[in-house]
Design a protein around this ligand. Structure first.
Ligand SMILES: NC(=O)c1ccc[n+]([C@@H]2O[C@H](COP(=O)([O-])OP(=O)(O)OC[C@H]3O[C@@H](n4cnc5c(N)ncnc54)[C@H](O)[C@@H]3O)[C@@H](O)[C@H]2O)c1
Length: 365
């Protein structure tokens, strides 16, 4: 039985608690949540009674010795909390983005290696049948992907100030689109070399009243907003492939267009793939009409939320048992962060960014 602690009991931490609690081979032995108001989320049907809550990670780690911790605190705190967890000898499931800067990402990866602990990042798409199937098709001989795109047109983030702070998140493209940059990196299977982006604030500016349609909090004005709410990003890869992200964060109340989140790929052969709404994968071209594949869309989330979410938990527990490297490991998390940081820098400095710049000066992000 794996003994887990959940650190950060907000939207994501409470979802992890519900998901892990439902798996037979683990038990949640503690939570860490400093904000008493958020503990209202603790309506999980705990299988062994509600675990104790602690106001900070250090006291939890002193009092309870979990085998592993699930960290779902705001991005800026990922490094500090992760280091406490790893130094206490626990394995780590760390929510995406791995963190907000490359030096912090490198520090987390190095610390996990030094301590001999497992590190899995919450890049949940990597555990979904839909995107695993798309990656499988992308790896088929004769159809190397050379163009990809993602249309992430959505509603705003929840009305919690940290989501709207560049310092706290590394930027919207870090906080949100590390998922999508990871899909590009995965399916194109080459190193990103150059990023060119443009973006800014159309709607969400300091003082705007935010009312996110899935956030349980009352609408509120966010005093200071220094993050972007839209962007166009292009990425060049070493193997000649190119990818493009279109981001909009101000649809109301949400994306009502039939394609929803759209991720597409075109191979050198002319074969085409398209994923809609995290629900459907179509493959066609090269003599074949577009055909939507039959995929089990329930197995990898089992009713617990986002596609892949329960599978990522199951595989985390398997990694603990088998001491094997997680599929979404620290390096994969770092690579998606690198693209996101380059895109943020490109917008700020209004120029294309050669990713070698980050090797020369990782702290310049
Ligand atoms: N994988 C995904 O698709 C996905 C989806 C949503 C959020 N996330 C990630 O999960 C993390 C949390 O996001 P959220 O939406 O749950 O935010 P949230 O604001 O709802 O929750 C964060 C919680 O952490 C608590 N907290 C803050 N500092 C803490 C600390 N030092 N120790 C313990 N608790 C602390 C806060 O009080 C809050 O309750 C972020 O990194 C976010 O990017 C991932």
């Amino acid at each position: 039985m794996h003994r887990l602690a959940i650190i950060g009991f907000g939207d994501m931490g409470s979802a992890h608690a519900a998901g892990f609690n439902a798996l037979p081979s683990c038990e949640i032995v503690a939570t860490v949540e400093p904000d008493a108001a958020r503990l209202a989320y603790r309506d999980v049907p705990w299988k062994n009674g509600a675990p104790p809550n602690f106001a900070d990670t250090a006291s939890m780690l002193r009092a309870i010795k979990p085998d592993a911790c699930v960290v779902a605190v705001p991005d800026l705190q990922h490094r500090a909390v992760s280091e406490l967890v790893l130094d206490a000898g626990c394995d780590l499931f760390l929510e995406k983005p791995i963190t907000t800067t490359l030096p912090d990402a490198d520090a987390i990866i190095a610390r996990a290696r030094e301590r001999g602990r497992l590190l899995q990042i919450g890049l949940v798409y990597r555990y979904s049948n839909l995107y695993r199937r798309m990656a499988e098709r992308a790896a088929e001989p004769g159809h190397p992907v050379r163009l990809m795109w993602c249309k992430e047109l959505r509603q705003c983030f929840p009305q919690r100030p940290w989501f709207y702070s560049q310092h706290a998140t590394g930027g919207t493209l870090v906080e949100k689109d590390c998922h999508h940059f990871d899909l590009f990196n995965w399916m194109i299977a080459s190193r990103p070399v150059r990023v060119f982006a443009t973006g800014g604030q159309h709607v969400w500016k300091s003082g705007a009243v935010i009312d996110c349609n899935y956030c349980p909090d009352e609408p509120r004005a966010i005093e200071e907003i220094d993050t972007i709410d839209h962007a166009l990003v292009t990425i060049d890869y070493e193997n000649g492939a190119r990818a493009c992200l279109i981001l909009c964060m101000y649809l109301r109340p949400e994306n009502v267009m039939p394609e929803g989140l759209e991720v597409g790929a075109i191979a050198l052969s002319g074969r085409q793939m398209i994923a809609y709404r995290d629900e459907r994968l179509g493959v066609g071209g090269v003599g074949d009409p577009l055909a939507f594949e039959r995929l089990d869309m329930w197995a990898d989330n089992q009713g617990f939320g986002h596609i892949g979410c329960q599978q990522q938990r199951i595989e985390f527990l398997e990694c603990l048992e088998q001491r094997r490297e997680p599929f979404a490991n620290g390096e994969v998390g770092r690579d998606s962060l690198l693209v996101a940081l380059a895109a943020e820098r490109s917008i700020r400095e209004e120029r294309p960014i050669d990713l070698k710049e980050f090797a020369a000066c990782p702290t310049c992000a």
